[in-house]
Design a protein around this ligand. Sequence first.
Ligand code: DON
Length: 580
Amino acid sequence: MGQIPSPDRRRSGLSRPFARTLAPALSRAAVFCAGLLFALGAVAADKPGKAAIASAHYLATEAGHEVLDKGGNAFDAAIAVSAALAVVEQTSSGIGGGGFWVLHRAEDGFEVMVDGREQAPAAATRDMYLDENGDVNRDLAVNGPLAAGVPGEIAALAHIAEHYGKLSLAESLAPAVRIAREGFPVYEKFHTILGWALPHIKRWPAASEAFLVDGDIPPMGHVIRLPDLAVVLERVGAEGPEVFYEGDIARQLVEGVREAGGIWTLEDMAAYEVVEREPIRTEYNGYELVTASPPSSGGVAIAEMLNILEPWPLARLDRAQRAHLIVEAMRRAYRDRALYLGDPDFFSVPVERLTSQYYADGLRAGIHPSKATPSNMLPGNDGFREGSDTTHFSILDADGNMVAATLTVNLGFGNRFMVPGTGFVLNNEMDDFSAKEGEPNAFGLIGFEANAIEPRKRPLSSMSPTFIKGPDKVGILGTPGGSRIITMVLLGILDFMDGNDPEHWVSLPRFHHQYVPDRISAEEGAFTDEELDALRAMGHDVQVSTRRWGNMHGVLWNRETGAVSAGSDPRSDAGRAIVR
Ligand code: DON
């Protein structure tokens, strides 16, 4: 487990400078490692022979397979799935937002995280959401154009097409263009989230026109067409991402945002860069985990939690004892998230320390086997106050290329603002920054200096697209869920380790602890009454809620049997996993 090297500042061969890449150096290292592992017999020279895609919408899963059928690889399919989700699931992600795409290339073992995270505009300031009393104005922080970072998804998709795909960007975007024109029927999750966002959507005429019928939520099955979005995607395919970041779409976006009270400039758009980052790598029970690096907090927190947990025989412990230890690991990782995690280009994130076994050994020593540690007894933080939506997909192609991608506009329908004539909502990712030290954001997450707002900085994320790689089996997983993403992925990883398949990982009832508030939140069914009693007797505050969290989509390739399987979270009606 090494420290993430500082990002390589070399530009990629794009016609405009919006990509930083570390491909050549990593590629050589990856080929060497793959060769070494092969020589040791740890890597079978086999291929799955089948492709699996699991995503949050059946049209997106089908779009991915369509592109594979046309001769594309997993990376082309990832573009098709991302773009299709940007049409049919604007509740959760889109070209007005960003994300992280973790890629594994089968031919040489090269792995990279494509960071297409949103970026603060240059005019952003640390106190931009504080009112005259110094309190956070939550409306400004999440609603309307001031809440939006400069979107990264288009730059990331173009980057993936140019460097890793086999098809042109236009070919991979084609299914999404078609779906935007032909339309998609309103489904339950879309309907529900539109209901939550309705008062805010109504504030913006273009968004109202795109999603509402007579100013109200359309009925289930009503077909939503987004012809403006079809044109934007088609133009990006034909003219390249430059049209979005420097051409007339950039001008249209900047004008629309500024007219509605935002602060974007053309320079902000032109300055957007995709960054290739080395993923976080850690080991657990003989498997290698490859997961998201900063500006996501996910990988570091997952490594920290797994390092704390590894010596304990979790599979043999009684379930309340097991949950207690997992919760204590969660509590400590989220404390460190709050204190130390932020955009590594702006803040020196101590990745090596946080992911080291020494550090985990120290944390583990402070965990009482049968007593909860109150969060305010952990050192390092004196001032805090206690106080939806994103998407994940997993792809494996027949050659063994893999993609784990988690994409977002942050809350349901992002900031709900749409620039007229574009067909897509903008994100409210600025709320993932810490607007004020120790003040919770929409997910109750707190932060300090590391994640303070600064011009051109990327807000700290929890998105944790992850590969689990072993000689016998390989898993791909991730989920939306704001602050809960990291703990859901942890529980998914542990379920993989218990020998279960993707359908089990994705449907598992979940529990979560994030340091502040000092409470376990659990889905119904996560614990029996006896287990709840046992956890409470250890000093845990456990809150069981009927609310369901996450929308996990996973893929498993059993390299011993050759079986490929996939699972889509039953918590959503639209998700689909297809193996063929
Ligand atoms: O990047 C992040 O961590 C958040 N913007 C993700 C938001 C999210 O998952 C909302 N989903 N329920």
